[in-house]
Ligand binder design. Structure first.
Ligand code: HEC
Ligand code: HEC
Ligand code: HEC
Ligand code: HEC
Length: 435
């Protein structure tokens, strides 16, 4: 009896202690602040702050991965980040861009942190280059556009603007300070979307994960004496719409030497090619899905800002959706090889057209109507081939569309060649008939 009551006493004591501990734990948990998701800024960021290091104080994971874009220097078969001359890799480009700056200096593109260094070192610059060229190379322009407006910005010479441009591409090109929302920072993109009746403020988050790249990875040109930055999208973002826009406005980047063709140089239309109904785009995949895969820092998940060729990180870049990564990487190689081979055929056709055009252009008696038609076809063929060439994925972003465009380019180039030959033949025939 006494033994039982002693055990009961000990048991009761244990229960009381445990209950007390439980109450203490519950009180402790209840007194903790609620868990906060999302962004808790440590330091306030000024609107359009160009210095990414300041933003980096709040977001060390995004900042440290972003810094890695300065170190990347590995090549893939058709891309990567090594400093390679496209002209040395394919000397036909020297002929195809004869008479203009890209025929002199044209390198493989590299990481975002190198953007300012690379634009300053290119031999494509001259004393007439406008400040507009800094638009996509630096985190300073958004603040300058807010201060002086895009039109005034374009009127300044590149060299005169240089003192105010201190940062490569950075956080301010893609994010709104403090809210960290993805935003359109380039007025040219805002206007090009508006011209199609679109307002990015109504876009979904997934759409913005693609549209934010269109601040820079697009075809553009400098309009008029003000060198105003314009995306030629008012007739659509497909190659046909862009070609029509340039035909209607009669825009000319340079005159092809000896052939006399009025030419257009295409820039880097990743956004246009990708969104032209590609398989991935239709499936709702964004640029960031492949180029900014999620990474982990302990329990925290964040978007890697080390943007580079996804083939250098296929496990994470493709593996998020594809179970058989080796298979899709192999498919990618096949796609790129095919596009490369077709692109090569287009180059041969273009060079043949150029040779015939040069011969016809020096023939004083050549039929001018046919000669001009040959020039028009040369211009149209080359800008189509150039669209696929200067899009940096060797067709991967949209294989069907890339191959379709190249097929049209080859056909037009051969037509240009035939018309140029016919222009001289017509003159010979007329001469023969006179005699
Ligand atoms: C489905 C995945 C995927 C999507 C979506 C995607 N890309 Fe790519 N991107 C690739 C692959 C693969 C390559 C080829 C890389 C190579 O050849 O090394 C590439 C190449 C590039 C390159 C050249 C990289 C280099 O190393 O030379 C750029 C620039 C680029 N993409 C930008 C974009 C932009 C901008 C978007 C959205 C409009 C986009 N990508 C959407 C997978 C993707
Ligand atoms: C403010 C302009 C700007 C924005 C916005 C931008 N880029 Fe770029 N990007 C560039 C420039 C300029 C380069 C080439 C830099 C160089 O060659 O020095 C580049 C290079 C790249 C490369 C090649 C990197 C390498 O190492 O080969 C990829 C891939 C790329 N960008 C993808 C993207 C994606 C995806 C987005 C959207 C999430 C994006 N970029 C947004 C300007 C921009
Ligand atoms: C080329 C465009 C681009 C640049 C430059 C850029 N970001 Fe981002 N950032 C993105 C995209 C795209 C996302 C994904 C957003 C989403 O999923 O809603 C993102 C996401 C984020 C997020 C949300 C959390 C996450 O990781 O998904 C933070 C925070 C962030 N970035 C910080 C930064 C900082 C700091 C810098 C400068 C060091 C920076 N970003 C530069 C495009 C960019
Ligand atoms: C966010 C998801 C997502 C990511 C990331 C992704 N893919 Fe895909 N991919 C898809 C979807 C969805 C399809 C269409 C599948 C289908 O219809 O069967 C697809 C289809 C493909 C196809 C077949 C295309 C065709 O036209 O037949 C290839 C090749 C491919 N992906 C390669 C890649 C590579 C390489 C990467 C990484 C660089 C990648 N994908 C990243 C979702 C993704």
């Amino acid at each position: 009896m006494r033994r039982i009551s002693l055990s009961a006493l000990i048991l009761t004591a244990i229960i009381v202690v445990l209950a007390g501990a439980l109450v203490a734990i519950l009180l402790f948990v209840a007194s903790q602040p609620p868990p906060r998701r999302g962004i808790q800024p440590l330091v306030e960021i000024a609107p359009y702050e160009p210095d990414s290091a300041k933003w980096g104080l709040n977001f060390p994971n995004q900042y440290s991965t972003f810094l890695l874009t300065e170190q990347n220097a590995i090549s893939t078969t058709y891309g990567g980040s090594a400093l390679i001359s496209k002209l040395e890799r394919d000397p036909r480009l020297v002929t195809l861009f004869a008479g203009m700056a890209f025929g002199v200096d044209y390198n493989e593109e590299r990481g975002h942190r190198l953007s300012l260094k690379d634009v300053r070192e290119t031999r494509r610059l001259n004393e007439k280059t406008p400040a507009t060229c800094y638009s996509c190379k630096s985190a300073n322009p958004p603040a300058l556009w807010a201060e002086m407006g895009m039109r005034e910005f374009g009127k300044v010479k590149f060299s005169d603007m240089s003192a105010r441009i201190t940062e490569p591409v950075g956080c301010a090109n893609c994010h709104e300070a403090n809210t960290m929302r993805l935003i359109v920072t380039n007025p040219a993109l805002e206007e090009a979307l508006a011209a199609q009746g679109k307002d990015w403020r109504n876009f979904t988050r997934q759409e913005m994960r693609t549209v934010v790249c269109a601040n820079c990875h697009v075809e553009y040109y400098f309009q008029g004496d003000d060198k105003y930055l314009v995306f030629p999208w008012s007739r659509g973002t497909h190659i046909e719409g862009i070609a029509q826009y340039y035909a209607d406005t009669g825009f000319e980047d340079w005159k092809y030497p000896e052939a006399g063709t009025s030419m257009v140089k295409i820039q880097h239309p990743e956004y246009e090619l990708y969104t032209a109904d590609s398989t991935h785009y239709r499936a709702g995949v964004s640029c960031a899905d492949c180029h900014m895969p999620y990474a982990r820092d302990g329990a925290a998940k964040f978007s890697s800002h080390n943007i580079k060729s996804p083939l250098l990180m296929a496990e994470v870049a493709c593996g998020a959706c594809h179970t058989d990564v080796a298979y899709v990487v192999e498919r990618t190689k096949r796609i790129q090889d095919q596009v490369h081979e077709t692109m090569s055929a287009a180059e041969d056709a273009l060079i043949a057209a150029i040779e015939s055009l040069k011969a016809a252009a020096t023939d004083e008696s050549a039929d001018q109507v046919q000669l001009n038609e040959a020039r028009r076809l040369h211009r149209e063929a080359q800008l189509r081939w150039d669209f696929v060439l200067s899009e940096n994925s060797m067709g991967f972003h949209n294989p069907e569309e890339a191959l379709r465009i190249l097929a049209v380019a080859i056909d037009m180039a051969r037509q240009a060649q035939l018309k140029a030959i016919a222009a001289s033949d017509a003159a010979l025939l007329a001469k023969a008939l006179q005699q």
